[in-house]
Design a protein around this ligand. Sequence first.
Ligand code: NDP
Length: 346
Amino acid sequence: YEIRGNIVNNAMRCFWVEKTESGEINTSVTEKPISILDDAKSGSKTDSPHVRVRVNLSSLNYKDALAATGHPGIVRRFPHIPGIDSVGHVVASEDAAFAIGDEVIVTGNDLGVGHLGAWAEMIDVPSQWVLPLPKTLSPLEAMTLGTAGFTAAQSVQALISHGVTSDSGSVIVTGATGGVASISLEILNKLGYKTIAVTGKKEQHQSLLDRGVDEVLTRSDFVDKSNRPLLSGKYAGAIDTVGGSMLETVLKSISYRGCVTACGMAGGAELHTTVHPFILRGITLCGIDSAMCPMPKRKEIWEKLSGEWKLDGIESLTTKVPLEQTPAWVERILAGGVTGRVVVEL
Ligand code: NDP
């Protein structure tokens, strides 16, 4: 490898997650030798050529916060570096498709999960995970989108492919002030859908309306406490980022042949429901996964986000945070207290 970039002393700053022998998780923002990437690479399962990227920006997703606390459902080995999103430039490549200096996006796959992630100045990843940064997106726009925007776009595309168009009726989006939901609402508004937002943050009602949402509902009022198998079928579609009782209520509230996408579990992983919405109203529940999304689909979604569905002014959803401040933001997102997107500066 030829390494270029502004890394000094062959060391890189990163968010480091360690597990002690007694099982305690210790985290720190610290410097580690870049050679740890070589060690990780030699243990990598894939024999694909690798690309080394100087990370310019990463982001904070709910999953990153779980990784930053060493959550056993996310982190498979220690020590670990979180960070499932990155934009940066290539500093070395074993694959002729990428040249030194190319601006690239690397998101999802195993990054920041089983593989050392992007809350570091440098990552080393299989080239099949790497996409050129679309020319119409700035690095900040790309990370404002990140996995959240990618998931939002996949969710909207799923509604469309299940026949939910802007003429079908309104679309309800839950966890409305969160990353995936905020961007979902922006895309739906751009495409002319009537949108309804459900949020637990009363103080954000007006700003959601200002961003073009047609109606805002309070989480505690929306979630159904009855045991009725069906509620009035009010919504043609739904993007649920919350799971649990929120998703249960959404499923009961979808109109005939409507569609619900489910990507998240910030409000719980369990789902207690009946078959009634499915067999009486013919609704579809469509699962969304971004991490392992195959490359052709991944390219198609980034083309949408950087072309037809490009969101002008999307950076206004973003709070920029230096790596050193990520610990406080991890706590905040786990407590459901983040609004919009958080971009991490390396
Ligand atoms: P955020 O934390 O940014 O957003 C989640 C939102 O959910 C919060 O802002 C809050 O919105 C609401 N919320 C949080 N806690 C609760 C709770 N206890 N009960 C009800 N609502 C709650 O996360 P992201 O947007 O990054 O991710 C959203 C979900 O989607 C996460 O579960 C994440 O793991 C998942 N995800 C899945 C992906 C996939 O590929 N399947 C990809 C990306 C994310 P408000 O206060 O407005 O109600």
